[in-house]
Design a protein around this ligand. Structure first.
Ligand SMILES: [Zn+2]
Length: 242
């Protein structure tokens, strides 16, 4: 507060008016501090003493100045902490909203922890794009299109379905070229930016031999459709992949 620095004649008068060199009847330091911090009521006996004792009055002014400085510092720290947590929150939100993998194979990397040598198996997130596959007539119609890669391991598939696909529950099957069902799963889809994205969580493909397969999918209200996929040997380093 600016009034600390301004010359106050009344204050100055008080500082000299009641000398008490032997500190007769002075309250202890704790009480004077409490007065400086405005923790004592005005009618407290110590307050009445201070109003007639220049040395005590001087001490109270010093405690008051210290207290105000600390309080100001605390307010600044709280404001900075507030700004930092807002920034952290914004960063977290941004990561959550925009960190959606596109066509590449991304993996959820488990942070190495000192106690745990065994890294728990976390599903590798694989984004597939079936946006371009045309509507097929029956399950027999095999179209030639570029097979999309899936590593032979525990995966969570994020499949962008063909234009106009419904959202909701889907059944998924991985079949061999001669129509043997290798794996059945289910997932749910939602509309994201105009695309229907089907998520099939925790699909265990580590036992599936590498090679060409067909990924069949169907919504309750629609017929089976499919796209070519290529199951790869699980790469040791996913970063160099594709
Ligand atoms: Zn005193």
């Amino acid at each position: 507060m600016a009034d600390n620095k301004e010359f106050d004649p009344l204050k100055q008068a008080f500082l000299d008016a009641f000398p008490n060199p032997d500190r007769v009847g002075c309250p202890d330091q704790k009480t004077l501090k409490a007065i400086g911090r405005k923790h004592l009521p005005l009618n407290h006996p110590a307050q009445i003493h201070v109003s007639g004792c220049s040395p005590c009055f001087k001490e109270v002014l010093e405690y008051q100045a210290q207290w105000q400085t600390n309080r100001r510092r605390t307010h600044i720290l709280l404001a900075v902490a507030g700004l930092l947590s807002i920034a952290a929150l914004a960063k977290w939100w941004e990561t959550k909203i925009y960190n959606v993998p596109t066509q590449t194979v991304a993996s959820h990397v488990a942070l190495p922890s000192p106690q745990k040598r065994v890294i728990p198996e976390v599903a590798t997130l694989v984004a597939l794009n079936f946006h371009q596959i045309a509507r097929q007539r029956g399950a027999d119609a095999v179209r030639v299109e570029k097979a999309q890669h899936i590593p032979a391991r525990l995966v969570t598939l994020n499949i962008t379905l063909p234009i106009g696909s419904d959202d909701g529950q889907y059944q998924v099957e991985i079949r061999t070229r001669d129509n043997q069902v290798f794996k059945r799963a289910s997932g749910s889809s939602r509309i994201e930016n105009g695309n229907t994205v089907l998520t099939v969580p925790n699909l265990e493909l580590s036992s599936i031999p590498a090679g060409h397969y067909l990924l069949f999918f169907h919504h309750a209200d629609a017929s089976w459709r499919h796209a070519s996929i290529l199951i790869d040997e699980p790469p040791s380093d996913l970063k160099g992949h594709q």
